[in-house]
Design a protein. Structure first.
Length: 220
């Protein structure tokens, strides 16, 4: 599917939900994609990209930044505390703030660096033991804890269980964000981004629908 087709579908989903055009940010998930594919999407005008690993992103985006202006890079994969500094220096947004230790590290680095990316708290809405994220019952307290550290919390992020109806998880995340006065909702991927937009998504993470199959089996 072409990038323009995805954008057209996003615009239609915004209209169907009664939302203004341009209210949803498309994050093109470029993790493990060959540089030639990424360059082709850059040449089409896309500037917002999502990466899963700090090290992979550092080996890719500084070079692209020399040729393309206005890059907007989002970390959408797990962040190890020892990679926090590199992540804060490279990314415009981090969608995977998921534990107090990481929050404290980001707060310390923000004071040291004098800047901080936009932050989304990852919520494990399905309470899946193999998946990162704050449990729903602990989310309100964690939002308050992060705010007390003066972190710029913009919203929440979730990855619904593949075996469950995504709508229920999108609704849960939306209600949680509203309860905490958060505007950002990072939810929806290649197969369900229109449903996510109907439930308030502000950021959708689309990879395979734009780039095609990856070099190895990771979902987007």
């Amino acid at each position: 599917m072409s990038l323009q087709e995805i954008k057209t579908r996003i615009t239609a989903a915004e209209a169907a939900a009664g939302r203004p055009a341009g209210s949803v940010t498309l994050i093109a998930v470029s993790k493990v994609q060959p540089n030639a594919r990424v360059a082709a999407v850059l040449d089409e005008g896309q500037r917002c990209f999502g990466e899963n690993r700090v090290q992979e992103a550092m080996g890719k985006w500084p070079d692209f930044a020399q040729s393309y202006n206005g890059l907007d890079l989002h970390l959408i994969g797990p962040l190890q505390t020892n990679k926090a500094r590199q992540a804060m220096e490279l990314f415009n947004a981090i969608h995977t703030l998921d534990r107090p230790k990481l929050a404290k590290s980001l707060a310390r680095l923000a004071q040291e660096l004098g800047k901080c990316p936009d932050l989304f708290i990852q919520v494990n809405t399905g309470a899946e033991p193999q998946k990162a994220g704050i449990l729903p019952a602990e989310a309100d307290g964690f939002v308050a804890e992060c705010r007390a550290l003066d972190l710029p919390i913009k919203g929440l992020m979730c990855i619904p269980p593949v075996s469950e109806v995504a709508t229920d998880h999108f609704t849960q995340l939306s209600e949680m964000a509203a309860r905490n006065g958060l505007q950002g909702l990072s939810m929806g991927m290649s197969g369900d981004f229109e449903t996510a937009i109907a439930h308030g998504a502000t950021h959708v993470r689309v990879g395979s629908a734009i780039f095609g199959a990856r070099a190895y089996g990771q979902e987007s």
